[in-house]
Design a protein around this ligand. Structure first.
Ligand code: ADP
Ligand code: MG
Length: 702
């Protein structure tokens, strides 16, 4: 249960004056990435200002500066509405003090509104940017027009917040001020000596200081105030991960010492030799599985580095020991593909393998579940469907999660909790996550890396072309196909809507089908299972030369014979996605080409992305650039889960604190594993504050 002291912070923000239903939705989308949620006070509190405006300068009119923000006390004079026949002229209002006069200028003004806020003869406080029309001072669209009473309540140093469409700075500022008033005093969770050493303020003091700045410059991202809050968030993150890890490790593992017989049969049946990296990773995994503590290992290897076979070998080890294994993948296509490619190897080794996705229903599903429960299926490949009710293994020993980055952090935590007691865990990712980021998502997971690609791979020739050159591209494609090559053609991400994406892909399919009748296939997420299989099979066998698709082929699809990748509207894709897509080619022995077609004009970020793609195939470098261009949350795909990874910490600026937070978390749990001490209690509050509730649940479960 969340400590009651936090209740005011997790209360709905709609209790705050000025936040109606409509604004609540706007804010929820903006601050939580989810318009169906409701905004809470804490969401406002964690929305930090990006700058400040200093309104303390209060000159007389005669002393007005050439430029800058001023706040003046004036008497309102004559209103001069624009002539009715020329609405493009501004509405002007004369104001004055004892030393001179000045004009307030409003374009497209609502006369009534101005008459109400600036009644002739009254005193008003005006704040805004000064400008000069020859010798005449003006303020166009003042930021504030206030009565003496309102003015007395307005902070003269005003925080400036990032905004979104439909959100006015005044309303947001006011709402956040109310939120700050609700901030309770919380017991300190940071170590006193550590806090003192860095000169950090209390949590609530820091948050208040950021929202009500007292000096004219916003505190830098590395100020004590910001660092304090960033560290709080990072500590919550690391503590949560350590708890999850501790919980899993504590649930004593099993020792799987395989005799290597099945592995040997699989390796014999492979049409190629394992790379050094694969052999080494396999040895690491075997040793880890053999140890009595539980395996929590990340297998990291760029697209095409050959992770799948390493996973199979690990699964075979479990089977050698009489246990079962499961292989979880993010898409149905990938599940079928793994089945197709692994089945012959399993047959050679006498391992029984099956697949379970949303497509298996009724009798067929029951049959699979029965055999699974009886231990007659050794390896089960599947999608999320694997973790539905009714799926019971007889003796599950190893869980492998493929393309890990497609699952959000929250899903992953839930899954780890659900994966059960004594199972080993191997997660695989093609996203070469920079070290800092890996720490935030995996904590101290053990890592195996595949650094080399299988021998004989040629570099991919990547070209960037404007869409206008489509005809040339199609003509070139014709020549390549004649020469026996096969191509993917990926259609753009138009919106977050699958239907719209689909329409674009269908149009392209028709267009290409006219030029290459009978040689083009279309695949997308809405296609029914068997139809999808048929298209994939035809492309794999060479019955089709061109596969038009939405982004469903992004992850994992493996057709080594395909050597051309065309990506339409490449400017709309993220770097990681482009890298994944390009990784679909360059897998066979033929020289591969990737054509990135873009729509002009190209924005600076899109341009940077395409340039990087042309310059390098190094997944690690691409990931680093991606982090730089996009920020952490998006990169890890956690945005799909609706939440950014961090709200306050910025890994680029606060990365150094992360290692400290990791060590701190380890120390805390070594002393107080159940967080029962007074500080432990405070740390539980911290976990709730940053919504690491899953981790706290593990604590109470013991
Ligand atoms: P990823 O790491 O992207 O999941 P895959 O496991 O799909 O990569 O492997 C990519 C391709 O490389 C597959 O066609 C696979 O059969 C092939 N492959 C894997 N290991 C080797 C190897 N040692 N030598 C040659 N080809 C290999
Ligand atoms: Mg793969």
């Amino acid at each position: 249960m969340r400590p009651s002291v936090l209740n005011p912070l997790f209360a709905s923000a709609s209790g705050i004056k000025g936040i109606g239903q409509k604004l609540d939705k706007v804010l929820a989308q903006f601050l939580r990435g989810d318009a169906t949620a409701s905004t809470r006070v804490v969401d406002l509190l964690f929305h930090l200002p990006s700058g400040v405006v200093d309104r303390r300068f209060r000159p007389k009119i005669v002393d007005l500066p050439k430029e800058g923000i001023v706040t003046i006390e004036v008497k309102v004079g004559r209103h001069k509405p624009p002539p009715p026949f020329n609405k493009r002229l501004p509405y002007r209002v004369e104001v004055s003090d004892q030393t001179g006069s000045l004009t307030l200028v409003f374009f497209h003004a609502f006369a009534e509104h101005l008459q109400r806020s600036l009644p002739e003869g009254e005193t008003r406080f005006i704040s805004g940017e000064i400008s000069w029309y020859g010798e005449e001072p003006q303020i166009a669209h003042p930021d504030h027009i206030l009565t003496a009473e309102d003015f007395s309540r307005m902070p003269l140093i005003e925080p400036v917040y990032p905004l979104t469409a439909g959100l006015s700075p005044k309303i947001l500022g006011r709402a956040i001020r109310s939120a700050v008033e609700r901030l309770p005093d919380l017991s300190e969770w940071q170590d006193a000596a550590w806090k003192k050493k860095h000169g950090w303020p209390d949590f609530s003091v820091a948050l208040k200081a950021l929202h009500s700045p007292q000096v004219s410059e916003a505190p830098s991202i590395t100020s004590a105030t910001r660092l304090r809050l960033a560290y709080d968030e990072l500590l919550a993150n690391q503590l949560a991960l350590s708890l999850v890890r501790g919980h899993m490790k504590r649930a004593a593992g099993r020792s799987f010492v395989g005799d290597g017989a099945l592995q040997a049969k699989i390796i014999d049946a492979l049409p190629y030799k394992l790379t050094g990296g694969q052999t080494f990773a396999n040895a690491e995994i075997r040793a880890d599985m053999a140890s009595p503590s539980r395996m929590l290992r990340l297998l990291q290897g760029d697209v095409g580095s050959g992770k799948t076979v390493v996973a199979l070998l690990a699964l075979a080890t479990a089977v050698e020991c009489g246990a079962q294994g499961t292989f979880m993948v993010p898409t149905e296509i990938l599940a079928r593909q793994h089945l197709t490619s692994l089945a012959p190897l399993c047959t050679a080794a006498g391992i029984s393998i099956a697949v379970l996705t949303g497509r298996e229903k009724g009798k067929q599903r029951e049959d699979i579940l029965d055999r699974l429960a009886m231990g007659r299926i050794d390896i089960l490949i599947g999608t999320h469907a694997l973790f539905q009710e009714g799926v019971e293994f007889k003796n599950l020993g190893l869980v492998v999660i493929d393309e890990q980055h497609r699952f959000g952090v929250h899903q992953r935590l839930a899954l780890q909790a659900k994966a059960g007691r004594a199972t080993d865990l191997l997660v695989m990712t093609a996203t070469p996550i920079p070290r800092t980021l890996a720490l935030t998502v995996y904590g101290d997971m053990d890592v195996s890396k595949l650094t080399e690609k299988p021998a004989g791979r040629l570099p991919i020739d990547t070209r960037v072309l404007p869409l206008e050159r489509m005809d040339e591209v199609v003509a070139g494609l014709g020549r390549s196909i004649k020469a026996g090559q096969r191509a993917y053609w990926v259609c753009p991400l138009v919106e977050e809507s699958e239907l719209v994406d689909l329409a674009a892909a269908e149009d392209r399919f028709k267009h290409l089908e006219q030029t290459f009748p009978g040689r083009v296939g279309l695949i997308h997420g809405r296609l029914r299972g068997p139809a999808k299989d048929a298209v994939m099979a035809n492309f794999k066998s060479g019955a089709l030369d061109i596969l038009v698709s939405t982004t469903v082929i992004e992850v994992g699809v493996d057709v080594p014979e395909a050597s051309i990748m065309v990506i339409e509207n490449a400017e709309r894709f993220g770097l990681a996605q482009l890298h994944q897509l390009r990784g679909r080619v360059g897998r066979g022995s033929a020289k591969s080409t990737c054509l990135l077609l873009y729509q002009e004009p190209l924005g600076p970020t899109a341009k940077a992305r395409l340039t990087i793609m042309r310059e390098t195939e190094d997944g690690f470098r691409i990931a680093e650039e991606d982090l730089r261009l996009r920020g952490a949350g998006e990169m890890l795909g956690t945005q799909q889960a609706g939440l950014p990874l961090f709200r306050i910490a910025d890994l680029a600026a606060h990365g150094d604190l992360l290692a400290a937070a990791r060590d701190d978390a380890a120390l805390i749990l070594a002393r107080d594993a159940e967080l029962k001490s007074a500080r432990g209690e405070a740390l539980r509050t911290l976990l709730y504050l940053f919504e690491r509730d899953e981790a706290v649940k593990l604590l109470s479960a013991g």
